[in-house]
Ligand binder design. Structure first.
Ligand code: GTP
Ligand code: MG
Length: 332
């Protein structure tokens, strides 16, 4: 069983979405013999206005330091607050989780998620020697360079604190002109949908030692070529730019009316050629189901982090004006 811990705004929003119950998620969790449980921890009072997480699973930290306003992108402050108040989070984790395996969810670039995640990972390891995974949202350049700079500086540390992770890039959506709030919702729903489709055992097997991205699509179960399902997923639901990445493997799990899809070997070959990777397709047949859900894991995407490594020029752009001109003077 995998327990979820959201850290910071993005992570807490994802855990909140997982607490939302509807008929489909209830059915899917019954099928995979598990419940989706998770705790959410933030330095911002926004945590208190989330809609679905039960109160005992919300942990507000850093009240004395930031008065419920978040760290404003200060990673070292996020780290310090987590170190000081981690017991509050651990108490909630002990109540809500079965131990064994955890997934830490956060947006990278902000102070609470980026600073807090490695602290939580390290403590969980000491306490439970668990399997530890991550699901991280990468910021968009349209949010300004501060978040990007934080990812450049601290991103590796966060990724290395877990044994495998999922990455989703906000920039894929904002780069198409999507509003930030809508992009947030889309990524949060992707994680929720995906995590409700894949069994945790299967997910952990695929993620172990890997950096992956995931996609999710739900369709009405009308007869459709599987290639079209894959095409739609790549076009609309994959939130990582796979261009230039050395994708290793794509694993797809279809849940629903098996008779609704056809052309599996053609579709598999098509996807293999598109991504230059091994493709595995699994079907969980639910005869009579009105919907077909497709979850996809794309492994081998760690190269994406290089896009967040700042070039010298960019680093300089983020410097205060007086230091920049001082540097220019030295060069002259
Ligand atoms: N998918 C998704 N991403 C979000 C959401 N909220 C924020 N993000 C993104 O996550 C990244 C980090 O932001 P936050 O999670 O708000 O930062 P934080 O960890 O709370 O850190 P501070 O607020 O700086 O203390 C940014 O790129 C945000 O755009 C959300 O609800 N969903
Ligand atoms: Mg925040």
């Amino acid at each position: 069983m995998l327990s979820f811990i959201g850290i910071g705004g993005a992570g807490c929003a994802a855990v909140d979405a997982m607490h939302r119950q509807d008929a489909l998620s209830t059915l899917l969790s019954m099928l995979s013999h598990r419940e989706t449980r998770g705790v959410a921890c933030d330095t911002s009072e926004a945590l208190l206005s989330l809609r679905h997480i039960p109160p005992e699973c919300r942990v507000l930290i850093g009240r004395s330091r930031v008065k419920g306003h978040g760290t404003g992108g200060d990673v070292e402050l996020g780290r310090r607050i987590m170190e000081e108040e981690i017991e509050l989070l651990l108490r909630a984790v002990r109540r809500a989780s079965a131990g064994g395996a955890f997934m830490l969810l956060a947006g990278l670039g902000g102070g609470t998620g980026t600073g807090g995640t490695p602290v939580v990972a390290e403590r969980l390891r000491r306490l439970y020697s668990p399997k530890l995974f991550g699901a991280f949202v990468l910021p968009s350049r349209s949010e300004g360079m501060h978040y990007i700079r934080n990812v450049s500086r601290y991103g590796r540390e966060v990724l290395e604190s877990v044994d495998g992770c999922i990455l989703l890039e906000l920039g894929v959506l904002t780069g198409r002109g999507e509003e930030l709030a809508a992009a947030h919702r889309e990524l949060t729903e992707t994680l929720r949908g995906f995590l409700s489709t894949f069994s945790h055992t299967h997910l952990m097997r695929e993620l172990r030692g890997k950096t992956a991205s995931v996609a999710y699509l739900r369709l009405r179960a009308e007869r459709i070529p599987l290639r079209d399902v894959f095409f739609r997923m790549l076009r609309d639901r994959v939130f990582i730019d796979t261009e230039g990445l050395e994708v290793e493997k794509v694993c797809v799990l279809l849940t629903g009316e098996a008779r609704a899809v056809y052309g599996e070997s053609f579709a598999r070959k098509w996807l293999m050629e598109r991504l230059g990777a091994e493709v595995e397709v699994h079907m969980r047949d639910m005869p009579g189901s009105k919907y077909l859900s497709a979850g996809m894991i794309i492994t081998g995407v760690e190269g994406v982090m290089e896009r967040y490594a700042l070039q010298k020029e960019e680093r300089r752009k983020g410097m205060p004006e007086d230091i920049k001109s001082l540097l220019e003077d030295i060069r002259l």
